[in-house]
Design a protein around this ligand. Sequence first.
Ligand code: NAD
Length: 290
Amino acid sequence: MKIGFIGLGNMGGPMAANLARAGHAVTGFDLAAPMPEGVTPADSAEAAAEGAEVVITMLPNGDILRKVAAQVIPAMPPGAVLCDCSTVDVESTRAVAHQAEAAGVGALDAPVSGGVGGAAAGTLTFMVGGSDDAFATVQPLFEIMGQKAVHCGAPGAGQAAKICNNMILGVTMIATCEAFALADKLGLDRQKMFDVVSTSSGYSWSMNAYCPAPGVGPQSPADNGYTPGFAAELMLKDLRLSQIAAEAADADTPMGARATELYTQFVEAEDGNGRDFSAMLPRFEGRGRG
Ligand code: NAD
């Protein structure tokens, strides 16, 4: 398949490399990132999109997505599919889908879970919004870049799933970290805390797969001085998207709102910027109620 790939950073780079390694003709464009192995460089986003059956974008935010989409959609042949894998606001996703539809181009929002490790290993999970036809066109590519693609519904449904998933993740990580800090003060050994909770009703991905306590549970960023992993500022980005969506949909999300406040404080007023999002544990350590 002829593929244009725009945004070749930490995630997009390895995703594009996996498509090229599988034998697809991938043409790439990025303002700064190096060209991944096997990807043909283009001089512009438009040039990367010309003649492509599928154009994949992996960009920082909704404003940049809207800008890039306005450049590439006119260059795409009718019937081609624009597949955005970035995490962005639902409104930007729907605006891009409308623009694509008006130009006779298919559009998917297909944000991912699995991080940089999943992108390199080709084990991402894709949550996808858009038409059945567009999903069917891109599905073989999802199978190369990931282990699972769930077609969640109409345009925006993929971003909705991503935002809800990561709101749960932010809340459970904070709950896990504050519980470890409480357990410390109660004199409970951290390994015992992990052994109990990871097989009891308080378990979650934050505890079992990404334990914020160093030396406990499987290898995680806590064992590497809280080097990301998944940076606290990216968690904050996703939590803010959840609160924008909740406001627009008139949904009551008090735990999501509190998690957003705590990560805002952690990233902007404390030492969270550039640290893994599980570094909430050292943040809670030693703190009192005040
Ligand atoms: P990144 O900053 O490493 O990559 C983004 C790339 O986009 C950069 O290389 C940048 O140069 C490029 N870019 C920016 N504007 C451009 C433009 N106008 N034209 C062409 N290229 C442009 O970020 P990332 O970690 O790869 O994340 C990308 C997206 O994936 C984000 O939306 C993020 O929220 C989401 N995501 C990231 C992770 C993760 O663990 N890093 C996990 C899941 C989802």
